[in-house]
Design a protein around this ligand. Structure first.
Ligand SMILES: NC(=O)c1ccc[n+]([C@@H]2O[C@H](COP(=O)([O-])OP(=O)(O)OC[C@H]3O[C@@H](n4cnc5c(N)ncnc54)[C@H](OP(=O)(O)O)[C@@H]3O)[C@@H](O)[C@H]2O)c1
Length: 313
């Protein structure tokens, strides 16, 4: 079977398609024929070697975290799934190697694919959807009328965060570039700001929560637009942000929090419910398996609205 691997950190050129042995199902795993794998900023940050502390430096490595597919075989202890079931899920965030014809997953890493969703939409959801759910479950408390600013709102997490925040009753301001304006409106934002024409820091409005998905709006700037008692969320934290968030939150009513995704089957099931209830999942680019290098070369600078996905089988 085919699998995308790499033997050293670097740009998309380090990726290669290898012939490898089919993984053998164990008592506690599920063998999945992969249909689609989504592309996440984490993929290229790990591949570039930017996250060695968390990912380790062992080679060869695979790439790809979240996927959809069809169950091919199950271990003897697995009761919830059988051959032929359509599933979606995510592998270990830092070791994921989902971009392959077949993968092994643990039972808690998958859930039944949302009814009505394509394999591409299902593959697009687990990482960014779980991140958005975790964000509102653990970091930002939303009540009716909570004023939320989502900076970088037209990408993967933004797509889920806008729609989930609206369902919870928030008033959402989305900051996007030209190509994300329409989508941010479609997803229910109350106010949409184009960061190319307008500086949200100068707009004179204060928020209960500022969520930065762009890595371009640090706490030091965001606090200008935060209410006296409010929360800021950083989504790409390194050691500096983790330490700052601890001390600032200790001494200030303007809290500084960091997102550290902890995948959970509960989040996958919640995502399935959201999607079956009509939450929109936009997959604006689909690449063939053979085009994996193009996909990972284009993704970081393509200004993708929603998600891009690689179709495997
Ligand atoms: N901590 C965790 O556990 C965890 C988990 C998952 C993801 N993440 C991180 O969370 C971040 C967001 O993930 P994602 O999948 O949503 O990424 P994404 O799809 O790339 O979205 C990022 C968005 O930021 C926007 N942006 C870029 N420059 C901007 C600026 N100056 N002002 C406002 N917006 C700007 C982009 O819009 P344009 O393209 O239109 O410019 C893009 O839509 C990434 O850094 C990712 O690595 C963290």
């Amino acid at each position: 079977m085919k699998k995308i691997i790499y033997h050293r950190f670097g740009d998309a050129e380090v990726l290669e398609m290898a012939d490898v042995a089919m993984p053998a199902v164990s008592e506690t795993t599920v063998l999945i024929k992969v249909k689609a794998v989504s592309i996440n900023p984490l993929d290229w940050k790990i591949r570039n070697g930017e996250m060695k502390l968390m990912s380790g430096s062992k080679f060869p490595r695979g790439i790809g975290i979240d996927f959809s597919g069809i169950v091919e075989a199950v271990g003897s202890t697995i009761k919830a799934y059988k051959k032929g079931d359509e599933v979606f899920g995510l592998l270990d965030v830092f070791k994921g190697a989902a971009l392959a014809d077949y993968i092994l997953a643990d039972e808690q890493d998958i859930a039944a694919k949302p009814k009505g969703a394509s394999f591409e939409q299902a593959a697009a959801a687990p990482v960014v959807g779980s991140a958005a759910i975790q964000l509102f479950d653990t970091l930002v408390n939303i009540q009716a009328g909570t004023e939320v600013l989502i900076n970088g709102a037209s990408g993967g997490i933004g797509m889920f965060a806008i729609q989930i925040a609206k369902k919870k009753g928030a008033a959402v301001t989305a900051v996007v570039s030209d190509n994300g304006l329409e989508a941010a409106e479609d997803w229910g934002s109350d106010v949409v700001i184009n960061y190319r024409n307008e500086d949200v820091l100068q707009a004179g409005k204060l928020y209960d929560a500022v969520i930065d998905l762009s890595n371009q709006l640090p706490y030091s700037a965001a606090k200008k637009i935060m209410k006296a008692s409010s929360v800021y969320v950083h989504t790409a934290p390194g050691p500096k942000e983790i330490i700052s968030s601890f001390f600032i939150s200790l001494f200030s009513a303007k809290k500084y929090k960091v997102l550290m995704l902890k995948p959970s089957p509960v989040y996958l099931k919640a995502l399935k419910s959201y999607m079956e209830a009509g939450l929109s999942v936009v997959v604006s680019r689909v690449y063939s398996f053979d085009a994996f290098k193009t996909a990972y070369t284009e993704a970081p600078r393509a200004h993708i609205v929603g998600k891009s996905v690689i179709r495997v089988n």
